[in-house]
Design a protein. Structure first.
Ligand code: HEC
Length: 147
């Protein structure tokens, strides 16, 4: 019996490591713009949940660097002209899922989370849609950041 196991050991080790590789390959980050279906799905979710603040073409609120009438920050552009591409996918996913309220202590602003409305897959799709607006350089920078 033991002899058998020893004989099989290289195979067992091989299977173990290939499972690890597969598990890594299934990690959904970085999110790319390769899937047109994903982008289309993300666009629908964006129009339902994000467009009211981040606006069409993801341009953000007018004068987004200023405060709104409540003294909160306005919605920034997500189209690559702001700083969204400085954050990796894990951070962006968390901002959308949990909102800044759960990530920043004593947060008073308006970016609430969407975990009750959007699945992880839908959040990834929104990110693919958002990234489809980014210039090549920003896109590639952020992809590397998210690996
Ligand atoms: C009620 C208005 C509102 C809605 C709706 C909203 N956001 Fe935001 N969002 C904001 C504000 C305001 C900020 C800036 C947060 C701050 O600094 O307080 C922000 C920040 C962000 C950021 C960080 C951007 C960066 O450059 O750091 C991301 C990403 C984002 N929102 C994505 C989304 C997505 C995706 C949706 C839809 C699922 C969405 N937001 C819906 C108001 C909103």
């Amino acid at each position: 019996m033991l002899k058998h196991i020893i004989k099989l050991l290289p195979t067992i080790i091989l299977i173990f490591f290939s499972t690890l590789t597969v598990a890594k390959a299934h990690n959904h980050f970085p999110i790319t713009t390769k899937s047109k279906i994903m982008i289309e799905r993300g666009k629908i979710a964006y129009q339902n949940y994000c467009v009211s603040c981040h606006m069409v073409n993801l341009a953000g609120a007018e004068n987004w660097k200023e405060m709104d009438e409540d003294g909160h920050r306005k919605a920034p552009p997500l189209n690559g002209t702001g700083h969204t591409w400085h954050h990796d996918d894990q951070t962006l996913h968390a901002i959308i899922k949990y909102g800044l309220a759960k990530l920043v202590k004593n947060y008073q602003g308006k970016m609430i989370g969407f975990e009750d409305n959007l699945s992880d897959k839908e959040i990834d799709s929104v990110l693919a849609y958002i990234k489809s607006f980014w210039p090549k350089e920003e896109y590639e920078y952020q992809i590397n950041l998210s690996k």
